[in-house]
Each structure stands twice: as C-alpha cells, then as structure tokens.
Write a protein that binds this ligand. Structure first.
Ligand code: HEM
Length: 420
C-alpha cells in the first residue's frame, strides 16, 4: 500500500523544505532507494550532501563513527568551524568524551529506572491529558493531546517549576521548528539567521534557555538532588574533565529539545496513521495488549526524525559511490523505515508485525537515542490511556505539517471525537 505520488529522479530535492511541509518526502525516498540509494545533491546555500536512503546503508553509516563522524555537526547546516565548540553537545562529540558525557545521566534513562521512578507519574499525567481533551467534542489533537505532554515529562526530569513549563514548550518549538516561519521569527534559511550562527539552531532563543538553565544549576550546586540538573551540576564525567559552562549550556539545551518535538510527533503521526488505517486502530481497541506488542511497529511507522547527518573522515565507498573526505552524509532514517527489502508492505501499519527492527532511534550507533526507553514509555502509555476511551475519532479539518526536513511533524490536527 502506498499513499503518495512517485517523483522522477531528476526532480528529487531533499533540501526543498516546502515539499516536506506538503508531505511529499515519501515519493522522493522511494525513488532514491530504487534508483540511486546513495545520491549526491547540490545545496542552494551549502556545500552539497550525500543522501543515504536504504536501511542497510544507513545502519552501516550510523555504526561507523570512525569513518562517519558527528564532530562536524549532525544536521544539514554547515556550521562555521569557529563556532563548533561553542555549539557542541554530546550529540556532536565522538569517542571517550562522548561516552563520559552520556554516562553522566544514562542511568536515569534506563528502562528499570524509568519504570521505578516515572511510570506512575507518567500514567497519571497521561490520564489527566486525555480526560481534559475528551471534555471537548472537537479539538486540535496537537494542542490538547500530543503537544505539551512530552515537555511536562521533561520538566519533571529536570525538576523545573510547573509554572515554567509553558515557557519550555515555546522555546522547544521555536528551536526545533527553526525552518518553519510559524514557529520562529528567524527561519534558518533566512538572511536574518546569519546573525545568530554562533548559537545552536541559529536561534537567539537559545541564549534565554542557557540563562534559565544556568540559574537552575547554580541553585542546585552542592545539593543532593537527584534530578538531571542536579546531576549535571554536581557530578564529574568519568574522564575526569568537569563540564564547562558551555558544556552545561548545550547539555541542558539538548535535554530540553531532544525529547519534546520528537515524542510529540511520534504520538501525532501514529494517531493520524491509525485513523487512516482503521483496522489497526480497531485491532488495538479490541485487544489492548497489541499496544505493547505493536509499539515498535507504531514507532517505525511514525518516524518522527527524518534524518541525522555525519561527515566522512576519509574517502570511502558506499553503495557503489565514492564519498570524499569531508563530504556530508545524510542518513534518512525515515526512508530506511520504509525500505521494502527490510519491511514487507512498508506503508502499511501492521501491529502484528514481528521483529520490527526500525531506525527511528538510530541503529548501532553510540549516539542511539538516549531517551528511547522514555519515548517508548510515553507513546505506549498515551495509546493505552487514549484508545480504550474512544468510540470514534474523525478528522475535522485540514492537517498542517511542519516545514522541516529534520522533524517529520504535524502542527495542527483537528479531530472530532465520541468518547466511550
Ligand atoms: C519518539 C521520540 C524520539 C525519537 C524519534 C528520537 C530520535 C533520536 C535519534 C534518531 C537520535 C540520534 C541517533 C543517532 O545518531 O544514531 C537521538 C539522540 C538523542 N536523543 Fe532522542 N528521540 C526521541 C525521544 C527522546 C527523548 C524523550 C529524549 C530525552 C530527553 C531524547 C534524548 C536524546 C539524546 C540526549 C540524544 C543524543 C544521544 C547521544 O548523542 O549520545 N530523545 N534521538
């Protein structure tokens, strides 16, 4: 089953963000996987990039950090070398320093710790979100269900005051939506954003997030709190090199944004997919155990992150092409999740599919999503709480998508519901 138009190879342009807003990415990915799976593109405002679109090639790139480094940044933007260290987080760090930074909070994100410390809180938060949404017959699914929920979870992990949560949401939207004029005053591809190229996401908002994070940190230094800010304020990474102020700023920022938009879109994309493939919605309503066993299929299908990028550290062959040292290599995870040599009938949601070894969180990489167990828990709890409460759910207007080739996202999603 496919729901999209095919695109001739000569017309493929994965840097055209309007096409992503118009949901035209999939036809391009299909063409590339079939006809040119390691594909070179020129960029209007960059140095060009390779697109890797087949499952096995993406996996090969993701696991080989020696040949494909993250140190030269991981999205399409060509970051000015003089600003790299200022903007670097663990996401753009490889080797022992990456391991040491990641280990600082890795235990907090383990499935065991999450189940022990957060599952009860999360289920309650999910229930409240669903209860509140279902007071209305018609509402925007993003606004009432998927939008604020993930950041409220992060607010709890970071232990930020409840009244600041709205501010965190607005900051997160503005930065990750930095190519969408509805989210930011300075879209990344606008001339104005040049002024902010020393800041992550080229966004002046990041300075506000840094100031906010530092104030929290300074108040928790020397304390015995167990929240993530306290850990970052008081623990020295295992390589013995303390976090500098810049390290802390970028770490805090990464935590605020990494699990916000992504988890929101996992929930929104899944709901929309299930409304379009209703047999699967009904199957999970009739047998809620399918929400647990089908979770990986939902995450494969949702693919909230289109891509991450690497840079070749030496000349290398991939898919019959010669990649030169210094070339940008983009792993289109979303495309790998639709590779029919790996997933039969990949555009079909099949919650009974087994061994769904998707690329949604990366694969084989030391950078594999740190929050994957948390994201899994959030998505599972949301559908466990929501689906049994729905007698019916229909689209009540047009779906608007985020203008981004990084986040596969929905901005507005009007629905009409009949609760059970
Ligand atoms: C469905 C939701 C999510 C998706 C699809 C997602 C996806 C990803 C992907 C694709 C990567 C990079 C993997 C790679 O380079 O191979 C990543 C890294 C990361 N994610 Fe997530 N993520 C999600 C939720 C979260 C949550 C809830 C958090 C918690 C704060 C989080 C924190 C991180 C961090 C800190 C990294 C960097 C890890 C490192 O560099 O070692 N993510 N995520």
């Amino acid at each position: 089953m496919t729901e999209h138009e095919s695109v001739p190879l000569s017309e493929v342009d994965l840097s055209d963000l309007d096409r992503f807003r118009d949901d035209l990415a999939w036809g391009q990915f299909d063409t590339l996987r079939r006809e040119d799976p390691v594909h070179w593109s020129e960029e209007p405002a960059g140095r060009g990039f390779w697109s890797v679109t087949r499952y096995d090639d993406i996996w090969a790139v993701d696991k080989d950090t020696e040949v494909f480094t993250s140190e030269e940044f991981v999205n399409l933007e060509d970051v000015d070398p003089e600003f790299m260290d200022l903007r670097r987080s663990m996401l753009e760090t490889d080797g022992p320093r990456h391991q040491a930074m990641r280990a600082l909070i890795a235990r907090e994100f383990s499935p065991r710790n999450l189940m022990k410390n957060y599952e009860g809180f999360l289920r309650e938060l999910t229930r409240q979100t669903v209860d509140e949404a279902l007071q209305h017959d018609e509402f925007d699914f993003v606004e009432k269900v998927s939008g604020d929920f993930p950041i409220q979870v992060l607010a709890r992990l970071l232990d930020v005051p409840k009244e600041d949560t709205g501010q965190l949401i607005a900051w997160g939207d503005e930065m990750v939506g930095n190519t969408d004029p509805d989210y930011t005053k300075f879209p990344f591809d606008s001339p104005e954003s040049e002024k902010y190229k020393h800041l992550p996401f080229r966004s002046p908002t990041t300075q506000e997030v840094f100031d906010y994070g530092r104030a929290l940190r300074d108040g928790r230094k020397g304390g015995d709190g167990t929240d993530l800010v306290s850990v970052l304020a008081n623990k020295v990474p295992m390589d013995g090199v303390p976090l500098s102020d810049t390290d802390f700023d970028n770490y805090f920022l990464l935590l605020v944004i990494a699990g916000n938009e992504t988890t929101r879109q996992a929930i929104s994309n899944t709901m929309l997919g299930l409304m379009r493939q209703r047999d699967q919605l009904r199957a999970m309503q009739e047998d809620p155990s399918l929400i647990t066993t089908g979770l990986e299929e939902l995450l494969r299908w949702a693919s909230p992150v289109y891509h991450f990028r690497r840079t070749a550290t030496r000349e290398v062959e991939l898919g019959g092409k010669t990649i030169a040292e210094g070339d940008k290599v983009v792993m289109w995870f979303a495309s790998g999740n639709r590779d029919d040599s790996h997933f039969e009938d990949p555009y079909r949601i099949d919650v009974r599919r087994t061994n769904v070894d998707h690329l949604t969180f990366g694969k084989g990489s030391p950078h594999l999503c740190l929050g994957n167990a948390l994201a899994r828990m959030e998505v599972r709890l949301m559908f466990e709480e929501l689906l049994p409460r729905l007698a019916d759910i229909e689209l009540a207007g047009d779906v608007a998508r985020v203008r981004s080739n990084f986040v596969n996202g929905i901005k507005t999603f009007p629905v009409a519901v009949k609760p059970r």
